[in-house]
Ligand binder design. Sequence first.
Ligand code: AP5
Ligand code: MG
Length: 211
Amino acid sequence: MTNIILLGPPGSGKGTQAKLLAERISVPHISTGDILRAAKETELGDRASEYMNRGELVPDSILIAIVEDRLAKPDCASGCILDGYPRTIPQADALNRILSGLDLRIDLVINIDVPDDRLITRLSARRVCECGATYQLTFNPPKKEGVCDLCGGALYQRDDDTEESVRNRLLVYKRETKPLINYYENLGLLTTIDGSGSIKEISDEIYAYVQ
Ligand code: AP5
Ligand code: MG
């Protein structure tokens, strides 16, 4: 059983790496951003998108309820990879409570470190597909412009990948989420990896570490 948190600023590659690692070690990939985006046209989705489009965090109470519900599902019994949660100290404290109630614990926290200028470059040219695939026009382009390699769907830009929203997401990360680096370091769970290499290099490094 392996419960892993991927920590890192917006654009650091949490989603990209969580997906690859989840396939390699056969555990579910839980992205709270994806869960909120998938809730569009529901009351939750409408409420969340007001925060998300501005690059603000959605309130802790909403996220804690989402994660509590998701971790109780049977597929998490063999472990999971958390991408984008926790993002605040109260969310981390709640996660400890939720996991201990399920007789589970966090095994490892991987902090993906990428310089700010590279984050902005990555996010401004990110394109995504409804099927969950993510591309980057320079580093990881689709074979055919605007079309998903995996499902043939039309690629689009996320509503929060505007320059203004990206800048705010970085500020919010530094204020609210970065303190989790010390939090997990103090618990002896943190390892930091350099996230500026290629997707494959980073994936291999994470996999070797997890093994
Ligand atoms: P979320 O969806 O989690 O967004 P984020 O944290 O801002 O992170 P991103 O998804 O933008 O980046 P990523 O690290 O996953 O990078 P990716 O792999 O895509 O959250 C969105 C919003 O939802 C939040 O702002 C908030 O409002 C709300 N929310 C979610 N969780 C919440 C919570 N717990 N509490 C409160 N609110 C919450 O990679 C980025 C790009 O770079 C891609 O184009 C990719 O192809 C490319 N790339 C990846 N790796 C490399 C590489 N090694 N080299 C070159 N390019 C690369
Ligand atoms: Mg992501």
